[in-house]
Structures are given as C-alpha cells and as structure tokens.
Design a protein around this ligand. Structure first.
Ligand SMILES: *[C@@H]1O[C@H](CO)[C@@H](O)[C@H](O)[C@H]1NC(C)=O
Ligand SMILES: *[C@@H]1O[C@H](CO)[C@@H](O)[C@H](O)[C@H]1NC(C)=O
Ligand SMILES: *[C@@H]1O[C@H](CO)[C@@H](O)[C@H](O)[C@H]1NC(C)=O
Ligand SMILES: *[C@@H]1O[C@H](CO)[C@@H](O)[C@H](O)[C@H]1NC(C)=O
Ligand SMILES: *[C@@H]1O[C@H](CO)[C@@H](O)[C@H](O)[C@H]1NC(C)=O
Ligand SMILES: *[C@@H]1O[C@H](CO)[C@@H](O)[C@H](O)[C@H]1NC(C)=O
Length: 782
C-alpha cells in the first residue's frame, strides 16, 4: 500500500476488526523493515508479535508513527546514541513486556505528540531534562511501569515546556513529592496513583487553571488540602483518597463550580461538614468516608438534588435522617453506614426510584422499616444491619426484582421473613440476631406456626409499652459506656478502595474488549448508530458493558479523541449512560459504557406484572427527552464530542439503531441521521408509552399507523387509544388525565411531522412535558 510515497504497513485487521482475533501476526518484527528508508507509519498493534524491536527501526528518519502496542514484545529498547527518529510523532509501546531504561535518544524526537508506554516493566530513572525538546507533546502516558523520577522539581519544571500537554498519567511509578513547579503544567488531566508521593500538596496546584482531572489516589501525601484549590474552576474530578491528609473539609470545595466528583476517603480529616455543601450544584459523586468527621450531616446536602453517589460511611456523623432525604431524585448510592445516626427511616426515602445501593448499617436507627421501601424499584443492595430497628420485614420487598444483597442482622425485628422473589436466595446470614423472626427453615429461624404469631402479637404489646421504659434506662447506661469507649476507639477502616473505585475511571484494554465481545462477534452486535456500531459485552468481572466502536473515516477526527473521551468520562448527566472507559489506538476508537440491561422501559411497559402509572410514564419520557436534548444542544460541544454525533456524520449508514417503526420517513429516502430524526423517533416512543402499542403492532396495517391512529383519535376519542391500565382510574381524575393525554398526543404528533423542518425541538418537548407534569402533580397535591 502506498501513501505519500512511503510504505505503509498495516495489519490485516485494520479493515475488519474481526480479523484481529482470527489472524494476528506472530513471530518477531523483521529487522529488514528498518531498511525501508521512506517508511512513514509502522502499525503493528494488536498482534502476537514477540522478541525485541530491531535496533535499525529506531533510526528511521521518515518514520512518523511507531505503533506496536498490545503485543508480547520484550527486552530493553536498543539504546544507541547514534540513532534517532527525527520525524516521530506517535510512539505507542504500551501493553508489551519491555524492560530496562527508556533510552535518552527517544527524547530527541522533537515532534512527538503522543508518547504511550504504559503497562510494561520499564525501570530506571527518567532523565530529568527530557522534555525540554518535546514542544508538541500532548499525551504522556507511562503508567504501570517501574520508573523513578528522582528529582520531582526538575521533572515537572521540564514538563512545563510542553505547552500542549493535555494528558499526563504517571501512576504506578515512583515520585518523591509534588513540587511547586507542578503549578505551571498545562495538562488537563493529571494522574499519579500509587506513586509513593510524600509531602504536602503545594499551594501552586491552584494555578493549574486548565485542570479537569486530578487524581493522586493512594499515596503518602499529608498535611492539609490547600485552600488555593478554589482556583481550579474547571476541575471536574478530584481524587485524594487513601492518603494521610489532615485538617478539615475546606469550604473552598463549595466554590469549585465544575467539581463533579470528589473523593476524599482518608483517615484523618476531621471537624464539620460545612453547610455550604448545598452550593455544590455540579457535584454528583461525593466520597468522604473513613474519616473522623463528627458534625451533623448538614441539611443542605439533601438539596443537592442531582447527586448520584454519596458515601459518608465510617465517620462520626450524628443526627437524624430528615424527610428531605426524598429530594435526592437521582441518587444511585447512599452509604451512611458506621456513623451515629439516630432516628427512624423516613418513609420519604421510598420515592427514590433510582437508588440501587442503600447502606445504613451500624448506626442507631430505630422504629420500623417502612413498608413503602418496596417501591424503590432499582434497589440492588439494602443493608440495615446493626441498628435498633423493630417491627417486621416488609413483605413488599419481595417485589424488588433487582435485589441481590440484603442484611437485617443485629436488629430487633420479628415476624415472618418474606420468602418470595429474591428472598428465596437469601441466607440466614442476612437475618441473624433479631428478636423473633420466623419463617422458612433455610433462614435458620423457627417456622411461623400460629402460636408463634400469637406469641409475637403479645410480644408486640410488650415491645410497644413495657420495653421502651426498660430500654431507655438501659440506653442511658449504654450511652455512657459507648461514649467512653468511642473516645479510645480508633477509626479503622477497610472500605476505602472498594468504595472509591466505584466512580473512578477504569482502564479497559483493547484485548479485554475483544474478549468481552467475543471478538466483536455478530451475536453481540446491538445496533448501528450515528457514529459507529454498538456491541454488548461482558467483562471478566461480570460487568455488562456496551461498546461503541467509533467509525474513523478521517484520521484528523481521532486526534483529540482521548482528551475528549476523558472529558466525557468525567462529564455526567444523570440521564446519560455512564461512560466507563475508552479504548483507543491510532485506528481503533471506542467508548465503553454501562450496559443498561436492567429496567428497560419495554419490560415495565409490556410485562403484565408491572404497570407504570401516568406520572411514572411522564417522568420517564421527561428523562428520555432530557437526555436527547442534552446530546442535541450545546452542552456537549464544549468537549468537542459533538462532532462525532452531529449531522456531519450523515453519510453513516443507519441501518437501525432505532428499529423499524420508529424511523423518520427521511431515513428511508435519504439515509440521514439527524437531530430531527431523533425527535421523530421520540414522538413515536411517546405515543407508544401511553398507548402500550408498539408501532409494529399487528393492528397497524395498510395506511393505518400508530401515528394516524392517534391523530384520528384527537380530540374526542382519546379514551380508545390510551393504555387501558390508565383508563381504570375513576372519578374526576379521568377527565384530567384525558386533558393531559390530549396534550401529550398533540405533542407527540408535532414531533412526528413528516417534514423534518416542521418538527419541534427537544427543548420545547421538555418544556411542554414539564408543564403537563406540573398540572398533574398540582392536581394530586390538592
Ligand atoms: C542512522 O541513520 C543515519 C541516517 O539517517 C545515519 O547517518 C546513521 O549512521 C545511522 N546510525 C546508525 C548507528 O546506523
Ligand atoms: C540527542 O540529544 C542529546 C542532547 O540532549 C545530544 O547529546 C545527542 O547527540 C542527540 N542525539 C541525536 C542522535 O541527535
Ligand atoms: C523496579 O526497579 C528497581 C530498580 O530501579 C528494581 O530493584 C526492582 O526490582 C524493580 N521492581 C520490579 C517489580 O520490577
Ligand atoms: C511558573 O511560571 C512563572 C511564569 O512563567 C514563573 O515566574 C514561575 O517562577 C514559575 N514557577 C515555578 C515554581 O517554576
Ligand atoms: C437464585 O440463585 C440462582 C443461582 O444463583 C439463580 O439461578 C436464580 O435465578 C436465583 N433466584 C432468584 C429468585 O433470585
Ligand atoms: C450482615 O451483617 C452482619 C453484621 O455486620 C454480618 O456479620 C453478616 O455477615 C452480614 N450478612 C451478609 C449476608 O452480608
């Protein structure tokens, strides 16, 4: 293959990803390649090559890209001072078995843009003044080697010469400390996990005004967090967990306008959690577990309504769980375990329909477990162990379809342990040490005979009237003992790593993706979207993922891909699927996302066991609309990813990410992906969700389509088209519903105008839906 007069060697696979798995190159790299003196790009990534890199290859004057990542290459790199790669821009040696020093002459390649040698066993000391030359460097990824930076000051000072540096990852090497000169680095992304960094965080860190991501997880940094961090107004992710930081949770965090993720699981932070927390409007993950914070949880926390994950575990927080806990409408994880919270569990927690993990273990909660917890449909893990909860375990929990872990041990519960749904699989370990639980023998409790029930009735009376008096007396004594004891107890914790990695970025290699998707097998193919194909996969740890492989027709587009992905990874909208990782080489780009197998709308809509009410359906559609609106309008373009998704990609064949029935008419005629096409699909979905009819339903033949069916029903026969489950409501309410239905169907029809130009946009859709919702909620409140 010829390109610009030079030879261009590519592996067989670059046209067809499937080939990577079936026909990789093996053996060694022939040294003769080194004689191709006009060769510009040597791309041998993702093969099974072994042996070392022939030394001649490191003296090729035209070579711009040396890409040999993901092989089994080994040995040290030849280091001959007579060698040079003056044209080199891309050097990818990552994920091989290289050892030895990084030869100094590589740093003479002054055109280097992208320098990636992570996941090898390079060792020795990095030359101190190495970066003076590398004026164009954007990526410097050396993580997971055994390299030593012996003088942090010189190293970081020399990095300040790289004015285009965006992405610096030094994790898993050895760095003595963070010098002041770090403040002059321009990189947007800096990561140095597990580098043995000691000393303080210099004040100058606050000067890195471009910084989006700063991760110093697992080092020996001590001292306070400098108040200068408030200068980091673009910072989205700050991880300082697993260090020895002291001092308090500084109020300056509240002034960091972009901060989305804050990880401070340390041992020694103390004092109060400030009330200004309520101003952290962009925060979505807050991990401050395993410290010694000892205030009340500020009530302002419950007004951070878009927060997704909160971990305050293993501190000494006191106070109540207020009813306002129900405001956290997007929350996925709430861990308040191992504190001193003393109240009952407010029933207002039940509407938290996105909550997947709730741990209130090891507090002083009392009262009964609200029956309405059974409404928390997303719940996967519920830990209420080691409290003082009384009453029965609500039978409503049987209906939670995703529930996998529960723990009610060490409480004062009684009555029958539910035994349907997932309870069949729970063991005695989840119910130990309670007052009088009974039920199936596999829970190792007595069976619930009638007598037991009667006895427990009596017991209920005792519990209700007599015990409290006795208990209060005991409690007073106990409190005194506990207080004394606590003074001496050390706040030891083991939770740090597990929790803090929950939201931390993951590295997923190309090889893992290949394995996860069976080599991008057809059976894993989910669909084809505006900018690439989507595959379903399963990682070794069992996590389900969706992999979006980006089509890269023009390589220009790919250049800043990593930076964009990293920006994307840290940018979360609560309706967007979480991006776990990205994997990219010169010719392969992908985004790895959470695979949303749970709780698809389809399941809720078409299964007889579940029925969503009017408001629930409305909420879902508002969420979907918000996600679309988010993708369509300005927000994303800040990060440049919009160009992957925009109308410029219209040549992409749109077979069917959206399936037949949802496609706008112009897809058929022109094969165009557009924002307006999405609006059409959305309109159809809106009709579907309120009629419970799929657009491909058998009843829609000839020219009767879902759309025409609905349009004919307006304004007087709406009752006939809407889902009969919604019609069963009686009284005045049905009139209201009909009015709202009529607005919704009209809205859906304006999304589905035949002419794309005539369709409304998603922002208008949201505004209309929210208006309807306000009316619905307002009416119900009366
Ligand atoms: C490297 O290549 C240059 C020409 O590009 C040549 O002059 C030099 O001798 C070569 N070095 C070695 C050690 O072969
Ligand atoms: C590389 O740069 C060093 C100085 O940094 C110089 O001594 C050496 O000769 C250069 N090597 C080549 C091959 O240009
Ligand atoms: C790391 O490098 C040091 C020398 O710099 C060496 O003593 C040590 O064995 C290396 N460790 C590993 C795991 O390779
Ligand atoms: C950072 O850059 C400024 C301006 O170039 C310079 O005055 C200052 O000395 C630098 N700081 C460090 C610690 O290198
Ligand atoms: C119980 O566990 C088995 C095996 O682990 C699983 O196949 C089954 O679906 C589970 N049942 C319920 C109701 O969770
Ligand atoms: C429930 O909590 C108790 C007390 O913390 C613990 O001993 C037990 O192992 C837990 N059970 C399960 C199933 O995790």
């Amino acid at each position: 293959m010829k390109e610009k007069g030079g030879l261009f060697i590519v592996p067989l696979c670059s046209q067809n990803i499937n080939n990577i798995v079936s026909y990789p190159f093996s053996g060694t790299i022939p040294k003769e390649i080194g004689y191709l003196d006009k060769l510009e790009r040597l791309l041998l990534f993702n093969n099974r090559l072994s042996g070392s890199i022939p030394s001649k290859i490191l003296n090729m004057s035209s070579l711009t890209a040396l890409v040999v990542d993901h092989n089994s290459l080994s040995g040290p790199l030849p280091s001959n001072t007579g060698y040079s790669l003056p044209s080199l821009q891309y050097l990818y040696l990552n994920e091989n078995n290289f050892v030895g020093n990084i030869p100094n002459n590589i740093f003479n390649s002054s055109n280097l843009i992208d320098f990636q040698l992570y996941d090898n066993a390079f060792s020795g000391t990095l030359p101190n003044i190495a970066f003076g030359n590398l004026r164009f460097l954007e990526f410097f990824l050396i993580y997971d080697n055994n390299l030593t930076i012996d003088d942090s000051h010189q190293f970081f000072t020399s990095l300040t010469n790289c004015r285009y540096l965006k992405y610096l990852d030094l994790s898993g090497n050895h760095i003595p400390n963070l010098p002041k000169s770090i403040g002059n680095i321009t990189s947007e992304y800096i990561r140095a996990e597990s580098c043995g960094i000691g000393g303080y965080i210099p004040l100058e860190v606050g000067n890195m005004s471009n910084l989006l991501f700063f991760d110093m997880y697992d080092n020996n940094i001590n001292g306070p967090i400098p108040r200068s961090v408030k200068g980091l107004q673009k910072l989205q992710h700050l991880s300082l967990s697993k260090n020895g930081l002291q001092g308090s949770f500084i109020e300056e965090f509240c002034e960091m306008k972009s901060l989305g993720e804050l990880y401070l699981n340390n041992k020694k932070l103390s004092g109060v959690l400030p009330t200004c927390l309520g101003n952290m409007s962009s925060i979505i993950r807050l991990y401050i577990g395993s410290n010694s914070l000892n205030s009340k949880i500020p009530s302002s926390l419950w007004s951070v309504i878009d927060i997704l994950q909160v971990d305050l575990s293993s501190n000494a927080f006191i106070g109540n769980l207020p009813p306002e806990i129900g405001n956290l409408r997007a929350i996925i994880l709430l861990d308040l375990s191992r504190n001193q919270i003393s109240s009952n569990i407010p029933t207002t927690i039940s509407p938290l329909q996105t909550l997947q993990k709730l741990s209130l273990a090891d507090n002083k909660l009392n009262g009964s477990i609200p029956e309405s917890l059974g409404q928390m449909i997303s719940l996967i893990s519920l830990d209420l162990s080691q409290n003082m909860l009384t009453g029965v375990i609500p039978k409503s929990l049987e209906s939670l379809v995703y529930l996998q872990n529960i723990n009610f041990s060490y409480n004062r519960l009684q009555g029958e342990i539910p035994n349907d749904g997932h309870f069949k699989n729970f063991t005695a370990q989840s119910f130990m040490h309670n007052d009088a639980l009974c039920g199936d023998p596999h829970f190792q409790v007595p069976t619930c005979s009638k007598q037991v029930k009667k006895w427990s009735m009596e017991k209920k009376l005792i519990l209700k009237y007599i015990l409290p008096i006795v208990v209060s007396a005991i409690l007073v004594v106990a409190c005194i003992i506990v207080l004394k004891h606590n003074k001496t107890r050390k706040n030891e914790n083991t939770l740090g790593r597990g929790l803090s990695t929950l939201g931390a970025p993951r590295r997923i290699s190309y090889y893992e993706l290949v394995q996860a998707t069976n080599g991008f097998n057809e059976s894993n193919f989910l669909g084809r979207g505006a900018f690439g194909s989507v595959y379903q996969g399963k990682l070794l740890d069992g996590e389900m993922i969706a992999v979006k492989v980006i089509d890269l027709q023009s390589e220009a587009k790919s250049k800043s891909f990593d930076a964009e992905c990293n920006a994307m990874r840290n940018l979360r909208h609560r309706n967007l699927v979480k991006i776990i990782s990205s994997c990219s080489n010169l010719d392969f780009k992908s985004l790895v996302m959470e695979f949303m197998s749970n709780g698809s709308v389809e399941k809720w809509l078409y299964s007889n066991n579940y029925c969503l009410n009017f408001l629930q359906r409305l909420n879902i559609m508002i969420d979907v609309a918000s996600a679309l609106e988010y993708l369509h309008h300005a927000h994303v373009s800040d990060f440049g990813i919009a160009k992957l998704m925009d109308e410029g990609q219209s040549q992409t064949h749109t077979q069917t990410l959206a399936t037949i029935g949802y496609l706008a008419p112009e897809y058929g005629s022109r094969g165009i992906v557009s924002v307006k096409g999405d609006v059409y699909s959305y309109g159809i979905m809106l009709m579907e969700i309120f009629t419970k009819r799929k657009p491909i339903d058998d009843m829609f033949v000839a020219e009767l389509s879902l759309k025409t069916w609905i349009s004919r029903s307006l304004p007087n026969s709406i009752m006939e088209v809407m889902d009969s489950n919604l019609v069963q409501i009686t009284g005045d309410e049905i009139d209201d519903i009909l009015t709202h239905m009529s607005s919704i169907f009209s809205l859906a029809l304006s999304c589905c105008e035949d002419s794309p130009e005539a369709r409304i946009n998603m922002a208008e859709v949201i505004a209309s839906l929210i208006k309807i919702k306000t009316l619905v909620v307002g009416a119900n409140a009366v």
